[in-house]
Ligand binder design. Structure first.
Ligand SMILES: C[S@@+](CC[C@H](N)C(=O)[O-])C[C@H]1O[C@@H](n2cnc3c(N)ncnc32)[C@H](O)[C@@H]1O
Length: 271
């Protein structure tokens, strides 16, 4: 795929605005990164274990992005899988992994999916609530609640502020700095506020787990992407000065605030 400054070796969500303005997650995807959630694959695996997806489950995934978790879920052979992704290029990529009438990816807003009430037994979404405002966060959690049958499970994997009593001023400053760097509204919550959000939507929280926010650390890159993909990712960044500036800026923000940022995974049940 040709861009202004570099040729990237793999096709990713194509034809977007230039590197200066592109949302951070699409910039990383364009450089070859597939795992775009803060706790990496390890926290995703924990989430899927806790969600306990089985062959009789009807699964809805919000915001599958590059389809990495979709593939892990499909290995568990659920009865059905529906993804709701608002980005057309990402949805197209995910569709490449979906075969048969019971697997599909629709373009749309996770807050208003148009899917029927109680059509799912498992709903999950990763790295997608953090970028929503307070009302949209609640709207999406309520949509998950509406879609689930009683006893159904909802999993989230997001960015959290830490500790729980971190002052509102500091939260706002870090959020503003992150948003400037990644060019997407970044609004993490503390762990207790994430739990409160799910409770407000009607859920009972059952599991909580965390991981350091190491999205752009070398060790995590290798664990998430594998050695050769990491080399290619780094090579792509070296070749593009615009991408390099942006990635270093994002990495700098995450590093500067590492004591106040972490990844969180919650699994909740619809009573
Ligand atoms: C940071 S990426 C995470 C992708 C993937 N879940 C992962 O963890 O690798 C955010 C994704 O959320 C999608 N997204 C954001 N808001 C959404 C919404 N309201 N409805 C559906 N998709 C949304 C974006 O298009 C993008 O694919």
């Amino acid at each position: 795929m040709k861009t202004a400054n570099t040729e990237v070796s793999e096709s990713h969500p194509p034809a977007r605005e230039n590197m200066h303005k592109m949302p951070g997650h699409w910039l990383l995807a364009k450089m070859g990164k597939r795992v775009l959630r803060p706790g990496g694959l390890e926290l995703t695996r924990t989430m899927l274990e806790r969600l306990d997806v089985r062959p009789d489950d009807a699964v809805v995934e919000f915001a599958p992005g590059m389809g990495v978790t979709a593939r892990m879920t499909l290995e568990r052979r659920p009865a059905s899988y529906v993804a709701v992704e608002r980005d057309e290029a990402a949805a197209e990529k995910v569709r490449g992994y979906l075969h048969g009438p019971t697997r599909r990816c629709q373009i749309g807003d996770a807050g208003e999916t148009g899917l029927p009430d109680q059509c799912a037994t498992v709903v999950y979404g990763e790295a997608m609530l953090t970028m929503q405002g307070p009302q949209q966060k609640l709207g999406i959690a309520r949509e998950a609640f509406r879609l689930l049958k009683p006893g159904g499970r909802y999993g989230i994997h997001e960015l959290a502020f830490t500790p729980n009593d971190l002052s509102a001023d500091i939260q706002e400053n870090i959020g503003r700095e992150m948003s400037r760097s990644i060019h997407v509204g970044a609004r993490p919550l503390t762990a207790s506020d994430w739990r409160a959000l799910l409770v407000e939507a009607g859920f009972r929280v059952q599991y909580e787990s965390g991981a350091p926010m190491h999205l752009l650390r070398l060790g995590r890159l290798i664990r998430d992407e594998g050695f050769f993909r990491t080399l290619r990712f780094i090579g792509n960044i070296i070749l593009s000065s615009d991408a390099r500036r942006r990635v270093l800026s994002m990495r700098g923000v995450f590093r500067r605030h590492r004591r106040n940022l972490s990844a969180i995974m919650l699994v909740a049940m619809k009573p």
